[in-house]
Ligand binder design. Structure first.
Ligand SMILES: Cc1cc2nc3c(=O)[nH]c(=O)nc-3n(C[C@H](O)[C@H](O)[C@H](O)COP(=O)(O)OP(=O)(O)OC[C@H]3O[C@@H](n4cnc5c(N)ncnc54)[C@H](O)[C@@H]3O)c2cc1C
Length: 370
């Protein structure tokens, strides 16, 4: 019997997880990725421990021994007023690992499972074709039985798939930089320094480097120096940046994204079904460091749904609604340094509460009753 074919648009963590899962189910997966591997990405590169379980389910649980991420447990949050909150994540540690390493490794895994991963292959259009989808790239036109849209925070396909962000782009921007410095240059494993309209996250990654990822609202830039006046209001951040010195390599910027829900599936004229995974469905507030784990989970769920939009929507909401709800709630407080400054001393007197709030953002049900 002919194998079912699935087109995966986008080869980030969601698309590659979808391809691995589809190939393991016996489907013929074709990933079209607009750029090529390896590549640096704008991301905090804090991997939530939940990703380990998700990667194990894809037969890729050995990523940690292959890529040697840094274990991250102790968290420090600071604000411009000098408020500080330190806590330790309950349970297994999170992992500091570059997207460059993770994605190149996942792409290799997808190919080893039998998926076809096409690089420099932007999908320009997806349309219905005899119960399946027909897609077009600059060099090719082909058919698949169904499609998974895993094209991230923004894509040229947004309008065609009627994603709300096509009409209302988000107001956030971000910058990524690395410093040649050991983990001991930080006071905690992960530091989040609040600034007006955003925050600066610092954590070590493999290779004895510390990654900086700043989220802010306003004019996008890839020039860290332009953000220093904004950062200068947080004294702990000023001290930390002085200690880290100049970034090594280029800094990268990312513009105009938001955290609103998009769509879980799109059924086009003629019945072409595209299931949306990862940031294409919804970007979880970045301070949670949960986006990659959610991308891998939704990629797998989309592959397992095999083009059934209702089954996918049910699985998506059952597994992720609590995670998104808590993250969105805390995001509002987190992005207002004044609110955080008021709450920090209160939270500091209740040492069990911050790890619990963190766990809520992971949708851990046993803690919902806490
Ligand atoms: C500032 C910031 C900090 C973050 N920090 C963290 C963190 O610390 N930890 C964490 O887990 N998450 C973090 N996230 C979230 C995380 O980066 C995302 O959730 C994750 O990248 C989602 O993966 P994805 O595969 O859905 O999308 P992406 O990784 O963006 O992949 C989408 C891919 O689709 C490709 N593409 C787009 N359009 C097309 C097309 N038409 N044809 C072909 N290919 C196309 C793109 O080239 C891209 O490779 C952060 C996000 C932001 C914005």
């Amino acid at each position: 019997m002919r194998a079912r074919s699935v087109l995966v648009v986008g080869g980030g963590p969601a698309g590659l997880a979808a391809a691995i899962a589809a190939a393991r189910l016996g489907d013929r997966a074709i990933v079209c990725e607009a750029s090529s591997y390896p590549r640096d990405r704008v991301c905090g590169e804090f991997l939530s421990p939940e990703i380990v379980d998700d990667l194990e389910r894809l037969g890729a649980g050995d990523f940690a021994s292959a890529l040697r991420p840094v274990a991250l447990s102790r968290v420090l949050v600071t604000s411009p007023s000098g408020a500080r909150l330190a806590f330790t994540i309950d349970g297994p540690p999170a992992l500091g690992l570059t997207r460059r390493a993770l994605e190149a490794w996942l792409a290799e895994r997808a190919r080893a499972e039998g998926a076809e991963v096409r690089e420099r292959s932007p999908v320009r259009a997806v349309a219905s074709d005899a119960g399946g989808v027909r897609f077009r790239t600059p060099t090719d036109e082909a058919r698949a039985d169904s499609a998974i849209g895993a094209f991230g925070k923004r894509s040229s396909l947004d309008a065609a798939l009627e994603l709300p962000r096509a009409a209302r782009p988000g107001r956030f921007a971000a910058v990524k930089a690395y410093f040649d410095a050991p983990p001991s240059a930080l006071e905690a494993d992960v530091e989040l320094h609040l600034v007006r309209g955003g925050y600066v996250g610092l954590n070590p990654v493999e290779g004895n480097r510390i990654g900086l990822c700043a989220l802010f609202d306003g004019e996008p830039t890839s020039d860290l120096a332009k953000l220093l006046p904004r950062f200068s209001r947080n004294p702990t951040l000023v001290e930390r940046l002085a200690r880290l010195g100049a970034p090594c390599g280029a800094t990268r910027g990312l513009a105009r994204f938001g955290f609103q829900a998009q769509r879980v599936a799109h059924v086009g004229a003629g019945g072409a079904v595209t299931l949306l995974a990862g940031d294409a469905a919804r970007l979880v507030p970045s301070f949670t460091g949960d986006g990659n784990a959610i991308a891998v989970r939704t990629g797998r769920l989309a592959a397992e749904a095999r083009g059934d939009a209702n089954a996918y929507a049910r699985a998506f909401h059952a597994e992720l609604s609590a995670r998104f709800r808590w993250a969105a709630l805390l995001h509002r407080a987190f992005l207002h340094p004044l609110v955080f400054s008021a709450l920090a001393p209160w939270l500091a007197r209740r040492p069990a509460l911050a790890p619990r709030l963190y766990a809520f953002t992971r949708g851990r049900r046993e803690l919902d009753a806490a």
